[in-house]
Design a protein around this ligand. Structure first.
Ligand code: NAD
Length: 458
């Protein structure tokens, strides 16, 4: 499904609007952010229904993970935007005592935001809010795979945001390829590392700066010092929310055989408490987005030994919460990001094994360490590289908007959330206002020829 307008036409419209200065006044940006907030307030039920239709997301999960998350984001922008847009005044050195230094927060211009399907509202509209706050014109490209959400976004955006400056463009790889032939001033992409490379290459043609919010295999390390009842709940919640289709979901566990035994025992109890004896009947457990994704994930079920779960219903794209043991590092399930409700456990002997295991693989988007041993926690943090870490929890680090959220290496580049989103869509334009007085000129005249040995400093 594609817009009738060609990308060239849309970009030309947005570029004219940007050049007219329409998005520059902060009052205009505030109004658009308020409109976006109203979109959430007035369409909450429709959004919850669309999420249920695409992903069988529960009402509670939709409200907390999609709607409240973005509402909080918008309120934070409204509370701080006046401060954020002001030029910054950096410290002066002795050489510049008579001058004025400013850093202007310039919008880039016309930016493209490409979203993923797993949190279809949050992952598109949260960066878009930052792009609007920073004064850019925006093309929004939702993921075609979240069919109902994409349709709803396409219907709502023109009703709430100024169409001169914000345009929706729908479609899949074919349409996005067409879009990427055009020149943008910034591209913000959320999705897989493989498509991230396509985006990066296309952006390089025009030296367009990018943020790539990608994925990867986020490991969990647990030792025997923790309260397993708590650790299991926090890990399983992170894993089975949205049926494992979360970019920072724990991908696999590294622990000893002893911890594994207890982990499986407690998990069995917790999963029954949460989803009952048959999770396919639970309103709180999600479904896999498409048949192709379902087929890909079910292949993992033949790896290792199924300790819990392993059931599927293909007509519903249902895969039960599954824990695999006796998994080998070379098994299929350990090669690519799982992005589904399957949690393999790989046994290691100690912390150093865990560090080596993590460092032999691509840098993950997130990493989780469950331990009471401060020294071990610090060793792991200091000797591994990843996008971000939560100690004794999963996923929650990305709800803290004073922490930048983003990947490193194969899990992405750049970051956002809170003020970081505003900064992502802002070019920091430096400006030196030079003093024209006699003293200032005298202090700086050693830069002019003819040079001699006494003229060494500006
Ligand atoms: P994807 O890469 O398949 O698709 C993302 C976007 O790219 C979609 O809008 C899609 O239409 C577009 N696209 C797909 N193929 C394309 C092509 N060949 N050329 C141009 N555009 C194309 O990713 P997905 O399946 O939507 O999401 C899953 C991946 O995203 C996982 O790896 C997950 O970890 C990652 N993810 C990361 C974050 C994060 O914040 N870092 C959040 C959610 C998902």
């Amino acid at each position: 499904m594609s817009e009738t307008k060609h990308p060239k036409e849309i970009i030309s419209l947005l570029r004219n609007s940007f050049d007219s200065g329409k998005t520059k006044p902060v009052e205009y940006r505030i109004q658009q952010i308020k409109n976006l907030r109203r979109l959430y307030v007035e369409n909450q039920e429709k959004m919850i229904q669309a999420l249920a239709s695409d992903l069988h997301k529960s009402r509670q999960e939709s409200i907390v993970m999609e709607l409240q998350f973005n509402m909080y984001d918008l309120d934070n922008i409204l509370a701080n935007i006046i401060e954020w847009v002001k030029p910054e005044t950096p410290q002066k050195t002795i050489v510049n005592l008579l001058d004025k230094l400013s850093i202007y927060n310039d919008p880039y211009g016309v930016v493209l935001v490409i979203g993923a399907w797993n949190y279809p509202f949050q992952l598109l509209l949260s960066p878009v809010a930052g792009a609007i706050a920073a004064g850019n014109c925006v093309i929004l490209k939702p993921s075609e795979l979240a069919v109902a959400c994409s349709k709803l976004i396409a219907e709502l955006i023109p009703k709430y945001l100024d169409p001169d400056c914000y345009q929706i463009y729908t479609g899949g790889p074919k349409e996005t390829t067409l879009l990427l032939k055009e020149k943008f001033d910034y591209i913000f992409f959320t999705g897989s590392p493989s498509v991230g490379k396509i985006i990066h290459k296309a952006a390089a043609e025009n030296l367009t700066p990018v943020t790539l919010e990608l994925g990867g295999k986020s490991p969990v390390y647990i030792d025997n010092s923790v309260d397993l009842e708590i650790a299991v709940k926090r890990i399983l919640w992170g894993k089975f929310t949205n049926a494992g289709q979360t970019c920072v979901a724990p991908d696999y566990i590294l622990c000893s055989k002893e911890v594994e035994r207890k982990f499986v025992e407690v998990s069995d109890k917790v999963l029954k408490q949460w989803y009952g004896d048959d999770p396919s009947k639970s309103p709180d457990f999600g479904r896999i987005i498409t048949d192709a994704h379902f087929q890909r994930i079910t292949k993992f079920l033949s790896n290792g030994t199924v300790a819990i779960g392993g059931k599927t219903i293909s007509s519903e794209r249902y895969i039960s919460p599954t824990i695999l043991i006796d998994v080998n590092p070379s098994d299929l399930v350990m090669l690519d990001e799982i992005f589904g409700p399957v949690l393999p456990i790989v046994n290691i002997n100690n912390l150093y094994d865990a560090i080596n295991f993590i460092n032999k693989r691509d840098k993950p988007l997130a990493m989780y360490v469950f331990s009471r041993r401060k020294k071990d926690i610090n060793l792991l943090i200091q000797n591994t590289s990843c996008g971000g870490i939560a100690v004794n929890d999963t996923i929650m680090h990305l709800t803290v908007d004073t922490l930048p959220f983003g990947g490193v290496g194969n899990s992405g580049m750049g970051n956002y959330h809170g003020k970081y989103t505003f900064d992502t869509f802002t070019h920091k334009k430096s400006c030196l206002y030079k003093d024209m007085g006699y003293i200032g000129e005298k202090l700086g005249e050693s830069r002019y020829p003819p040079f001699n040995d006494t003229k060494i400093a500006f």
